[in-house]
Design a protein around this ligand. Structure first.
Ligand SMILES: Cc1ncc(COP(=O)(O)O)c(C=O)c1O
Length: 440
């Protein structure tokens, strides 16, 4: 028996499902992907097999595995004694750097996970506006907590009832939280206008992913973000860009810099810690200063802004500020998508691979990108699981999100040769499943 399989049996005895994050159970492999180590663009499983890493820690691994600058930061942390739960000069330096890069950031607070960041920032938005309701967009994702794991990804059978009775995405979340959620379709100005007409006075915040990596990489249509900015401003609703995923993937300033629309507040994360757990929430000073000890809102935690990720975060932000960084990622993006577009056209596949910066999504069942959540119901989850498994068997690890059209990507340590290798693997796999992939 492979060590991969025997480890699953052992891990299940002490960890529910053998994992520490439910989505780490990879349905394509019918097992979690247990790895022994990673280096650069590669990871090795427990049996010594090598894979090109096309997950990159769900986007947190933009520097790739074992980047030398992160090793240096870890060494510095050890010299400083890993002091924790105390502020250092490095914290201010990191905060200043974030404020210089992210357009809406006049103040910032650091925490570990993206879910924590959205939770704490929603609290501030509610306190600031003295309103409770949250307008959110279908298909977007903002973390797994009670405040917002509602109404984002209803199954097709619950759709479009989701708009009257928002779908609770996990048992255990009480109905009272759903009563505060107002889901609207992406890229639909009329629907948003109507919701704001009806509920505008009760809504504290409109939260959205400016690029919807958590569903087919759907982008805002021209003018949509401008419209959203204007209508929220008029109604006193705070505009919240959740850039946990979109930050740093294409440029240092996030999608808000790229699209030229400045929200009131935002979250950033994943890549920020250079591979270590670091997220942040930022915004205008008048909103962020609502946190204690300036204002009345609580945000505290023993491990908030631990020195180790603060130092790796500084190393990360210094590195991305060098001119080579985004030029290299952009060259990889062009190479990969030239290859994918050619392959899809040659094989006449019903597949589209929308992308933004270093990440891309694979959506089956369409030849054109989706514009809103329900456009992705054509995606064939079971077929996609077979595609992902076949890629893994040939040496490319793409994470599985239940077969859904979520995101994959590469790091700064991926090379042009890695991209060619992945393209060859994908071409072999797409040829193998071609008959199923061309069916309407
Ligand atoms: C847009 C967005 N917000 C929030 C989160 C939650 O972040 P974390 O997994 O670090 O809790 C994610 C994670 O995928 C995300 O993509």
């Amino acid at each position: 028996m492979s060590r991969q399989k025997s480890h699953l049996q052992k891990a299940r005895e002490v960890l529910p499902g053998g994992v520490n994050s439910s989505t780490r159970f990879n349905r394509a492999l019918n097992s979690p992907f247990y790895v022994a180590r990673g280096r650069g663009s590669r990871v090795w499983d427990l049996d010594g097999n090598e894979y090109i890493d096309m997950s990159c820690a769900h986007g947190a691994g933009l520097l790739g595995n074992a980047h030398p600058l992160i090793d240096d930061a870890l060494l510095l942390a050890s010299k400083l004694g890993y002091v924790n739960s105390l502020e250092t000069e490095y914290h201010e330096e990191l905060a200043r750097k974030v404020c210089s890069l992210i357009p809406c950031a006049e103040r910032v607070r650091f925490c570990s996970a993206g879910s924590e960041a959205t939770l704490h920032l929603i609290r501030a938005c509610r306190a600031f506006t003295r309103r409770d309701k949250i307008i959110r967009i279908e298909g977007h994702f903002h973390g797994y907590h009670e405040l917002i794991y509602i109404g984002g990804h209803p199954p097709q059978s619950e759709f479009p009832g989701n708009r009257e009775s928002p779908f609770i995405e996990s048992p255990g979340i009480p109905q009272v939280f759903a009563d505060l959620i107002i889901p609207v379709p992406f890229n639909d100005r009329e629907a948003l206008e109507q919701v704001i007409r009806q509920h505008g006075d009760e809504a504290a915040v409109l939260i959205l992913e400016p690029v919807n990596f958590n569903c087919a990489c759907i982008k805002p249509e021209p003018g949509y973000l401008e419209f959203v900015r204007k209508i929220t401003e008029e109604k006193g609703i705070l505009l919240f860009f959740d850039e946990i995923q979109s930050s740093f993937k294409k440029n240092p300033g996030g999608a808000q810099e790229d699209f030229g629309i400045v929200p009131d507040v935002c979250t950033i994360g994943k890549a920020l810690g250079g591979g270590l757990p670091l997220s942040a929430f930022c915004g205008k000073a008048e909103i962020m200063d609502i946190y204690q000890p300036v204002g009345p809102v609580q945000h505290s935690g023993t491990f908030n802004a631990h020195l180790v990720p603060v130092l790796t975060g500084l190393a990360f932000l210094n590195e991305i500020s060098k001119p080579y960084f985004y030029a290299t990622l952009s060259a990889l993006e062009s190479q990969f998508h030239r290859g994918m577009d050619g392959m899809i056209q040659d094989l006449d596949l019903n597949v589209v691979v929308p992308h933004y910066g270093s990440r891309f999504n694979i959506l089956l069942g369409r030849k054109t990108p989706a514009v809103k959540y329900e456009d992705t119901f054509c995606h064939q989850n079971q077929l996609f699981l077979k595609v992902l498994r076949a890629c893994w068997e040939k040496g490319a690890y793409f994470h599985d999100y239940g077969g859904g059209p979520l995101h994959h990507g590469y790091s700064i340590q991926h090379s042009a040769e890695d991209v060619d290798e992945v393209l060859n693997i994908l071409e072999d796999v797409f040829r193998e499943f071609r008959e199923e992939l061309v069916i309407q």
